[in-house]
Design a protein around this ligand. Structure first.
Ligand code: ATP
Ligand code: MG
Length: 403
């Protein structure tokens, strides 16, 4: 079969394939971009596989960077873009279920396609837009089926990350997982404990952000693979509640929003340690924790000037979106109005600084100074105090006298 309209991303990369071929090697487009092109979906990165060994690839192109030479990947820099070119390879010897202990470069495309995870990820596309489909991936695309290449159990045993990728692709492609593939995912799920949490996080995060996240979650729950993921052991009930919690068409807008809701439904007392176990960044943790706080706060209260100032409109909106999907009352209008009326959005905007207060009232740094500055901030936010030197100083004088 031929791809009728070769997307522009591939067209632009055609000279690369041609140069490799002129040097006497084979080269194809491979991986997710081929799958997405056949599906008519937007294409991310165009990956190229070639029979040339890394040193041979480097000899063809004037500008290259070794990005993953041990896996056979060379980055080629061209005027119109960058392309990863990976030598055909097999991954045959796995000792720790994570990483092939040995990557063998080969000259055969078929060998390379065999080591790929799912049939719909194992296409190659040549320079004439012919699709090479060794594992009936086209049929699986047609029937929206996610199927492991070859013997499923073996493939998940080789690299257990593929189990997580399976849930992720079920979500992002909105495909059903073929029975033998799913059985193998179930069976090999304990191996997930051997995979680095960072890599699992990436796949789980992609799952949550996908339009079809419910499908991915359903499969994950049905497989009981959650038992082998950080802090999700025996959380079937909570995960099921999470799945049932939001309207049918709801899609998470950001990772932080998705993880915050996961934490809410898991009834995690200690969100921080949960997010640490998932090895997320401090920035990510901070935002997720704020969202969880806002979520709980909104169960009791309307948005106030103080909450709007403290958390900012953007995070409040993310929680309102969730509330809307839960069929709860929302306050977008109120948030907008409060936000617009706020005279400051950050404490650095206060015209009187800590140093000024210390000098004017002969104060040293300490709890009193902290209390005074907080009181000024709160009063300005509340609209009870104008953000100008004279009124702030008068306000402080009175406070100090009453201390
Ligand atoms: P996305 O659209 O999210 O980028 P993708 O299919 O391109 O999805 P990548 O993680 O970018 O996925 O990997 C590119 C290709 O490399 C895959 O399509 C697949 O053929 C192969 N691949 C990636 N990871 C694995 C793995 N763990 N086991 C086997 N093959 C893999
Ligand atoms: Mg990709």
């Amino acid at each position: 079969m031929r791809l009728h309209n070769l997307p522009s991303e591939f067209q632009e990369a055609l000279p690369i394939l041609e140069k490799i071929k002129q040097a006497g090697f084979e080269a194809y487009f491979v991986g997710g971009s081929v799958r997405d092109a056949i599906l008519g979906r937007p294409i991310h990165d165009v990956d190229i596989a070639s029979s040339s060994y890394p040193e041979e690839t480097k000899a063809i192109f004037p500008r290259t960077i070794d990005v993953g030479i041990e896996h056979g990947t060379v980055l080629v820099l061209e005027d119109h873009g960058e392309y990863e070119i990976t030598t055909f390879r097999t991954e045959d010897v796995y000792v720790d279920y994570r990483r092939p202990s040995q990557v063998a470069f080969v000259r055969s495309l078929e060998e390379d396609l065999k080591r790929r995870d799912f049939t719909v990820n194992a296409f190659a596309l040549d320079e004439e837009a012919r699709i090479i489909d060794k594992f009936d991936g086209l049929r699986d695309l047609e029937t929206k089926t996610l199927r492991a290449v070859g013997t499923a159990t073996e493939r998940f045993n080789e690299d257990a990350l593929r189990i997580m990728r399976g849930f992720r692709f079920a979500a992002s492609l909105e495909f059903s997982i073929e029975e033998a593939t799913f059985e193998a995912m179930k069976e090999t799920a304990p191996l997930l404990e051997k995979i680095s949490v960072e890599r699992i996080f990436i796949e789980f995060d992609k799952l949550l952000l996908a339009k079809g996240w419910r499908r991915g979650m359903e499969a994950l729950i049905a497989s009981k693979a959650y038992d082998y993921l950080p802090d999700l052991k025996r959380k079937e009930e909570q995960l099921t509640a999470f799945l049932a919690s939001l309207t049918e068409d709801f899609v998470f807008q950001t990772s932080e929003q998705a993880w915050a809701m996961l934490i809410v439904y898991l009834e995690m007392k200690d969100a921080k340690s949960f997010l640490k176990h998932w090895k997320t960044s401090n920035d990510f943790q901070r935002t997720v924790i704020k969202l969880v706080e806002i979520y709980h706060l909104r169960k009791q209260h309307s948005v106030t000037k103080q909450t709007c100032y403290r958390y900012g409109k953007e995070l409040l909106y993310l929680v309102e979106e969730v509330r809307q999907a839960q069929g709860l009352a929302v306050e977008y209008g109120l948030i907008d109005a409060i936000d617009e009326a706020l005279t400051i959005h950050d404490k650095h905007e206060i015209v009187v600084k800590g140093g000024d207060v210390m000098a004017a009232f002969q104060l040293k740094p300490g709890p009193l100074l902290g209390r005074l500055l907080n009181a000024v901030e709160a009063a300005i936010v509340e609209g009870d105090l104008v953000n100008e030197v004279a009124p702030i100083m008068a306000f402080l004088k009175e406070k100090i006298e009453n201390e």
